[in-house]
Design a protein. Structure first.
Length: 538
């Protein structure tokens, strides 16, 4: 008995000391001596958007643009597949929400239809027309495929934005789907909202294209639509450093429309500092196995030509391919500083958005509103806690005072667990703590009422305490386990504030059962072991 009592006492004392140590940075607001910061925890209570302020953003994914981009790629694939099958295709281009395929030979219509049915079952033939003496077949996506593309665009946008924000370093962001095309993003305590918005909304479409002319001479003649562009080309612009003025100027590039490779084969992106004075940092790309082979084939077939590296229609660099590059690496240099280079590396690692996103709603929660929420939440916690404490002392006397001490330990353990696990405290979370106080009182009420019943039956203090805890324990476990499972369901399927409430509820239930059953029983057992308890004040 004494050995068990010692172990339990050491356990409770150890938890109290550990909880105080974990909470000390929050209580002192991080103003701790250097020796503490070097050997002991320094993490403080994390506050949610409703308590510390931050940004509330609703993004709308332009899903129709994702379908149009998919049709562009499908047109290129149709030309390749038709060529492999020996069918002459003069043109395959997107027209609105369909792909128009112009055949070189009208006698090959049936053969081409067979190729489409075999290799593109997701497309259906919507119309057949004649243009300039050639047969044109109009294909559209099947409804089931269009719905799949819509779901994929939204899910991929959600995952890409989540990856970008995680790498940006925002603590406990909320990123969830909202409606059919919206994504809700909440960034608690964000210090650079404009930079975060730019990072989130950046499409980050990385493309590799050949320049139409090796040295790109004469591209200025196409600026401002002075002269029609050659077929299958486009005019893009990029920054170029002028050593004379030591500034960056906007330079035109005439590039081929055909995309040789995109950023979906990028495995990693890292920032490299400037090697020479006057140069900015660079971003080094590493390709996956497919990308390495593709990049090697491209550079092998285009030695002594200029390859433009294009991000969101901006040419960042256009180096001359001196020799085949088979190492699976490329470098992007441009007019960005170290912060811009880091953001570029983040979006390239996280991947490109499958469709553009626009900010349809934006709210900023200021720190003043957060302070008011904290004050009101603390007031509700204080009033509720004091009411419970007074009731327990008045109604159960000595046993009520012991239950109040367990209540204080309950809150101490709960807050320490939240800090240790890095959980974010929200306003609904404070409501969960207040609810935990009620659950804790309920457990102590059950125990005290059972002890009262046993004492009325004439049992001794020891027998009444043992019987009271033994008979009350099943009811305590039943009620708390069912509530705990409800909290898990809320956490699994809820989002934002609901999750904050669920976390504090589940952690509070664990600390409630421990303090009500273990801590209060420890005091009774100690007094019984030292023969200081002759009767129970209950």
């Amino acid at each position: 008995m004494k050995s068990s009592l010692t172990y339990r006492a050491l356990l409770v004392a150890g938890l109290i000391v550990a909880s105080i140590v974990v909470l000390m940075p929050s209580l002192t607001r991080g103003d701790l001596p250097s020796w503490w910061q070097s050997i002991l925890p320094t993490q403080q209570v994390r506050l949610g958007l409703d308590l510390q302020g931050g940004s509330h953003i609703v993004l709308t994914v332009e899903i129709d643009k994702a379908i149009e981009q998919s049709l562009e790629h499908t047109g290129e694939e149709i030309k390749r597949e038709a060529k492999d099958a020996g069918v002459g295709v003069a043109q395959a281009e997107r027209r609105g929400r369909s792909v128009a395929v112009r055949l070189s030979n009208r006698d090959e219509v049936d053969k081409f239809k067979g190729v489409m049915a075999d290799r593109f079952p997701i497309l259906k033939l919507a119309n057949t027309t004649a243009e300039e003496g050639q047969t044109v077949l109009i294909y559209e996506y099947l409804p089931v495929e269009e719905n799949r593309l819509r779901e994929f665009a939204l899910d991929q946008s959600l995952e890409t934005i989540r990856n970008r924000i995680d790498q940006f370093g925002v603590t406990e962001p909320v990123i969830v789907r909202q409606g059919e095309s919206d994504i809700l993003v909440q960034l608690p305590g964000i210090q650079e909202p404009e930079r975060a918005k730019e990072l989130i909304g950046r499409t980050a479409l990385l493309e590799f294209k050949l320049l139409e002319a090796d040295e790109n001479q004469g591209a200025d003649q196409y600026r401002d639509d002075k002269k029609p562009l050659p077929p299958n080309t486009q005019l893009l612009f990029g920054p170029e450093f002028d050593a004379t003025t030591e500034t960056f100027r906007r330079v035109p590039y005439l590039v081929q429309s055909r995309t040789l490779m995109t950023g979906d084969v990028v495995a990693d992106a890292r920032v490299r500092p400037a090697m020479q004075a006057g140069e900015g940092p660079t971003v080094e790309l590493s390709f996956n196995a497919r990308g390495s082979k593709l990049f090697g084939d491209i550079t092998t077939a285009n030695v002594q030509k200029r390859l433009a590296i294009i991000l969101d229609n901006t040419v960042y660099s256009a180096p001359v391919i001196q020799e085949p590059i088979t190492g699976g690496r490329a470098t992007i240099s441009g007019s960005f500083d170290i912060k811009e280079a880091r953001d570029l590396a983040i979006v390239l690692r996280a991947g490109a958005l499958p469709a553009p996103v626009v900010i349809s709603e934006e709210r900023t929660v200021g720190p003043t509103l957060g302070s008011d929420s904290i004050r009101q939440g603390f007031l509700s916690f204080l009033v509720g806690g004091l009411a419970v404490i007074v009731f327990m002392v008045v109604y159960y006397r000595g046993a009520g005072l012991l239950a109040d001490a367990a209540l204080v330990l309950n809150v101490l353990f709960l807050m320490a667990a939240m800090v240790a696990l890095g959980t974010t405290l929200t306003l609904p979370g404070i409501a969960g703590i207040v609810l935990t106080l009620g659950m804790a009182v309920d457990a102590n009420v059950l125990i005290n009422e059972r002890i009262r019943e046993e004492l009325r039956l004439g049992k001794t203090a020891r027998a009444a305490i043992e019987a009271g805890y033994e008979h009350a324990l099943p009811s305590i476990l039943d009620s708390n386990i069912t509530t705990f499972l409800s909290g898990l369901i809320l956490f699994q399927f809820g989002s934002g504030p609901i999750r904050g409430f669920a976390v504090t509820l589940c952690l509070g239930i664990i600390s409630t059962v421990f303090t009500a059953v273990v801590c209060t029983r420890l005091v009774y057992d100690y007094r019984l072991a030292t023969r200081r308890l002759q009767t129970v004040s209950v």
